[in-house]
Design a protein around this ligand. Structure first.
Ligand code: NAP
Length: 244
């Protein structure tokens, strides 16, 4: 589709779901993908199934861990072209019952994780005068959702983080964008009951739950030279559920 030959990417949360599809699409487009998750066996098995990939176990909430991941990528491949901050979790509950620990864990992985990643790639990307940073937010970061105060705050935070860093890096040839997926079929959403899924589909003009490849295709575009005039934006990929 787009020429991503000989690029080098880091994709966090690549062991399953959306991250696995993103890593697969980039790898099949000629990019070397460093696949990242906490579980080394899971991530090794994904990287091993791809034509052009390696595995790295890292918890994105550790700034030190992310620095080591980026340093090792740059020393092995000489550069870092694309960072996809995709790792994310939910710990749902109404705010009156939400434990502080569940608030902190979601914010630390979903938002601080992306901050750690952006900070870690900033120096090599600035030196290269090029780079693509793509943060995976959610439509919930735009609309809010009862029972997801922690998740919605983290995903809205990613949109602000994207805009601020897009402005900081624009003069350095680095673009920073967000993708806000709607409801995508993965382990995260497969927990929903059939009745809830049926109700959700009624709210989606295109009439289906998305699949991880729908998001991966947007990542390919935002990673490409053709998307060089787009920065600080949130691309909603949701079958038309949220129209702004
Ligand atoms: N599915 C949807 O409908 C939907 C909608 C909107 C947005 N999103 C967003 O899209 C992203 C991917 O979602 P998904 O549905 O594919 O989720 P998923 O199937 O639950 O996969 C999450 C991935 O993130 C990794 N991960 C979790 N915590 C991590 C950490 N601290 N450090 C490194 N890796 C970590 C997991 O591996 P380990 O557990 O082994 O670390 C796994 O690879 C998330 O940011 C999510 O919020 C999803």
């Amino acid at each position: 589709m787009f020429d991503l030959t000989n690029k080098v990417a880091i994709v966090t949360g690549a062991s399953r779901g959306i991250g696995k599809s993103i890593a697969t699409a980039l790898s099949h487009s000629g990019t070397h993908v460093v696949c990242v998750s906490r579980n080394i066996n899971d991530i090794k098995s994904v990287a091993g199934s791809l034509p052009n990939a390696s595995a790295f176990a890292c918890d994105v909430s550790s700034a030190d861990g992310f620095d080591k991941l980026v340093n090792s990528t740059v020393s092995e491949h000489g550069k870092i072209d694309i960072l996809v901050n995709n790792a994310g979790i939910t710990r749902d509950g109404l705010i009156m019952r939400m434990k502080t620990e569940d608030w902190n864990t979601v914010l630390t992985i979903n938002l601080t994780g992306a901050f750690n990643g952006i900070k870690a790639v900033a120096r090599p990307m600035i030196k290269q005068k090029s780079g693509r940073i793509i943060n995976i937010s959610s439509v919930v970061g735009l609309t809010g959702n009862a029972g997801q105060a922690n998740y919605a705050a983290s995903k809205a935070g990613l949109i602000g983080l994207t805009k601020a860093t897009a402005k900081e890096f624009a003069s350095r040839g680095i673009t920073v964008n967000c993708i806000a997926p709607g409801y995508i079929s993965t382990d995260m959403t497969n927990k929903l009951s059939d009745a809830v899924k049926k109700e959700l589909i009624k709210q989606i003009p295109l009439g289906r739950i998305g699949n991880p490849d729908d998001i991966a295709h947007m990542v390919l575009y935002l990673s490409s030279e053709e998307a060089g005039y787009i920065t600080g934006q949130t691309m909603t990929v949701d079958g038309g559920m949220v129209m702004t």
